[in-house]
Design a protein around this ligand. Sequence first.
Ligand code: SAH
Length: 254
Amino acid sequence: MSRGRISIVGAGPGDPELITVKALRRLEEADVVLYDRLVSDELLNYCRTGTLKIYCGKAPGRHALTQSEIERLIVDYATVGHHVVRLKGGDPFVFGRGGEEALAAARAGIPFEVIPGVTSAAGASASAGIPLTHRGTAASFAVVTGSRCGGENAPVRWDLLAQSVDTLAVYMGVAKLGEICGELIRHGRAASTPAALIENATTSAERVVTGTLGDIVQRAAAMRIGNPAMLLVGDTVGIREMLRPAEAVERRIV
Ligand code: SAH
């Protein structure tokens, strides 16, 4: 009987210390690790010598390996008896295609597990001082993809989100920032609603730009904010100002 198995593991949002204990243990045990671009290199130092490490790329629009190649590799290595760790940025089941990889394992009859990670909305929220919920200010939040905003088959109901969710955490929104803010305003969210973009959240390269739905596009362009960045929209963005005096002085605040 083959003892191969697949662990689909969240690496956390960027700061290597934000990985879970369970995820680290899997990295230490792994025979093969397939890792994404947003995973901190430092984490790979936890692997045994001899662990095969395969980079899967995943810069927006450019993939070192396609999704189906990744799925085939994790299944093939596990089939011949290896413990395969599929290490993904943030949480595997939040815009991470972890569900597709779990399905590939299930279809192949290979034992698998999913180990959650701190998703980047939580990471960005904590490190920028912007609570996702806050008593009296925000009673709900939603995680949303911004990547296909405005397209023919737009998967996101901006009309409903604009009106019914207090805090929006928009992933993959940098390229379509103008369209996203435009959709929210068009569907009734005030242009004066506070908004923030957090680039490279939780890492030493973190930068934060704040503004409103009406001007965050210009502010982000002026700062040349790029990927990866998290867009947070809602009144809790204002809480950051009140938290700032207590933040670490060395943090770069814009
Ligand atoms: N599974 C990941 C999300 C992958 S989608 C998770 O749970 O976080 C990639 C998007 O995540 C990026 O476009 C960006 O919006 C967000 N992201 C990932 N890491 C980030 C970071 N360190 N800072 C800000 N946003 C980040």
